[in-house]
Write a protein that binds this ligand. Structure first.
Ligand SMILES: Nc1ncnc2c1ncn2[C@@H]1O[C@H](COP(=O)(O)OP(=O)(O)OP(=O)(O)O)[C@@H](O)[C@H]1O
Ligand SMILES: C[C@@](O)(CCO)CC(=O)[O-]
Length: 565
């Protein structure tokens, strides 16, 4: 069992909560976080975006403590272009429905502490606010504003943080300490950059339904949550609320994303920025780095098809930083060859982008799907030649290829992690036979011709094709499970960062005014299902695969929506 796997399993037991101050949550309302935050508790920052809808003087002054609130951000899959994106080539990534949730609760002023509670990695740590290196972060030339673009970590600030990281899990084995330090560093760097020594004492409790180190952007998702929570606390964000103009929503997302990128840098050294961009903005994007200090090329792909996607986790944990370093070494040792492979991956992305953004693009046409699928297959082959696959990923691909159910590639950093499969509308061959172990499809990868896909078929054949597909998927699930792999149900292209202010939800359990989500309840929620049932951004679906509604209370910046929608 992997280290992180064992950490996550143990973390399902709910630890006792850090004692919270009495909070004064009001029922969920239409108020935006900014509207409802007591101004006297927060450091004042200039508002460069649209001013809050009520002047600060009129804000409610009576609440002695801010109510707890929550933020959430999705994981992602890279559909095309991982690794190449680190080296300035374009990539396409989409948000998935697995998400991280960060709960922020406030303590009485006498505490003077800030606590992180990250039970997924069994990390809990408290710092004394007054002992943190505020002076280093406030030195002229070092002080950053919430709207700044920071593209590199400052070595002096990292050095100032180091003694405060050294106190985190000092006695644990190095492999676990490393994980703890990455997350603590991400939090502390952002906390010291964005908050001030006058910040309210608080507890940040984080739980995620995204498996760690599996290529699904768990680190970006937590970095987006931390960035959004801190920016909300210092009142540097406007909304989210309905009727927010798209450009204003985009600005808020951009602001969160800039600081999330800084958090990502703390966790894995040289991130491209694609993961945090998708985790912040949601849906799907084409992303390309443009070089030091320059803003990246980010093209939201609103027409990105909601492709049926199979997501399989090898349960082989690995570090993104290590996989990225492998490609850097290959580039040093074989520059021309490696550059050619990275270029080819970039061309795959551009080719998919051209198709998806063409005015006559029909995501339901078999020809389009086959085009996108072929690009998936080629992309995987190139990643194998970069040396970032893993025997377990190849085994998954072999099992899936054998069924003819779709096109498969590794996603994210590789070296373990996850594979994605774009499912074909109909399985390749109708010569599948049921046997004792399930369904076996006679398949030859070259048998998929355009004419076969595009030929008109009778309704009865379509219906038997669909049944066959489900039978193949069911039998595949059993095979994957028997070999220790994990299959996920996920929806592509969902919402980005969301805010639940205050942390109150209508969970159908009759609590007057809604159920206040306090730290203890949040920690007690059991596993992924428990988290989703208690605080999930989507209401629980009755049946599998049924599109679920966004739960009342959670709000999102959605630049793709206009007030006429
Ligand atoms: N739920 C969590 N709680 C605390 N820390 C987390 C959590 N999820 C991720 N992290 C931090 O992020 C690190 C994992 O980042 P890494 O980049 O290696 O994997 P990933 O983001 O899941 O995969 P990829 O970058 O390939 O998509 C962990 O070591 C930990 O520091
Ligand atoms: C491997 C990589 O391209 C994708 C990680 O999800 C690294 C990055 O873009 O930061």
């Amino acid at each position: 069992m992997s280290m992180t796997g064992s950490l996550r399993r143990k973390a399902r037991k709910a630890p006792a909560a850090v004692k919270e101050g009495v909070s004064h949550a009001t029922p969920a309302s239409d108020q935006s976080p900014i509207d409802s935050m007591p101004a006297q508790l927060l450091p004042q920052v200039p508002q460069t975006t649209a001013p809050p809808s009520k002047p600060a003087m009129q804000r409610k002054q009576s609440s002695p403590m801010m109510p707890p609130f929550m933020v959430s951000a999705p994981g992602k899959v890279i559909v095309y272009g991982e690794h190449a994106v680190v080296h300035m080539k374009p990539a396409i990534a989409a948000a998935i429905s697995l998400r991280s949730y960060l709960h922020v609760s406030f303590l009485s002023k006498s505490h003077r502490t800030v606590t992180i509670r990250f039970p997924d990695i069994e990390l809990e740590h408290t710092w004394n606010i007054d002992e943190l290196p505020w002076d280093a972060f406030n030195t002229p030339g070092k002080k950053k504003h919430y709207y700044d673009l920071v593209t590199a970590l400052d070595p002096e600030l990292m050095a100032a943080i180091q003694p405060h990281l050294d106190t985190v899990s000092p006695k644990l084995p190095e492999s676990i300490r490393k994980i703890h330090h990455s997350s603590a560093c991400s939090f502390l760097y952002l906390f010291l950059s964005l908050a001030s020594r006058k910040v309210s004492p608080c507890v940040y409790t984080l739980r995620s339904t995204i498996p760690l180190r599996a290529g699904l952007g768990s680190s970006a998702s937590i970095s987006v949550c931390i960035s959004a929570a801190l920016l909300l606390q210092i009142r540097a964000l406007s909304g989210p609320h309905q009727d927010q103009p798209p450009q204003e929503s985009e600005l808020q997302i951009e602001r969160i994303n800039r600081w999330a990128f800084v958090g990502e840098m703390c966790i894995h050294g040289n991130p491209s920025g694609i993961d945090n961009t998708v985790a912040a903005g949601g849906k799907a994007v084409l992303y390309q780095r443009q070089g030091q200090g320059k803003p990246s090329r980010i093209v939201p792909l609103h027409s990105f098809p909601e492709l049926p996607l199979l997501l399989v986790n090898t349960r082989q944990s690995r570090s993104t930083a290590v996989e990225v370093a492998k490609v850097a070494t290959l580039l040093t040792n074989h520059p021309a060859l490696t550059e050619t492979i990275l270029d080819a991956i970039g061309q795959i992305t551009e080719s998919a982008y051209k198709l998806i953004t063409a005015p006559d693009f029909d995501p339901k046409s078999h020809a389009s799907l086959k085009y996108l699928g072929d690009l998936v297959t080629i992309n995987h082959g190139l990643l194998v030649s970069l040396g970032v696959s893993h025997p377990k990923l190849e085994r998954i691909r072999e099992l899936i290829d054998h069924t003819g159910i779709g096109w498969t590639k590794l996603t994210g950093a590789g070296g373990g992690g996850c594979a994605i499969t774009i499912i074909k509308p109909r399985p390749t061959s109708t010569s599948a036979t049921a046997n004792g172990n399930g369904v076996h499809a006679e398949h030859s990868s070259s048998s998929e011709s355009d004419s076969e896909l595009d030929s008109p078929v009778a309704a009865s054949v379509i219906s038997s094709g669909t049944k066959l597909k489900h039978a193949i998927l069911d039998s595949l699930e059993v095979k994957l499970e028997n070999e220790g792999f994990e299959k996920f149900e996920t929806t592509l292209a969902g919402d980005g960062v969301g805010v639940l202010w205050p942390a109150v939800l209508h969970n159908g359990n009759e609590e007057e005014g809604g159920e206040e989500i306090d730290q203890e309840k949040f920690l007690r929620a059991e596993g992924t299902e428990g988290i989703e049932r208690l605080v999930g951004v989507k209401s629980a679906g009755i049946r599998k695969n049924v599109e679920r509604e966004v739960r009342e209370g959670w709000k999102f910046w959605r630049p793709w929506e206009t007030s006429e929608d």
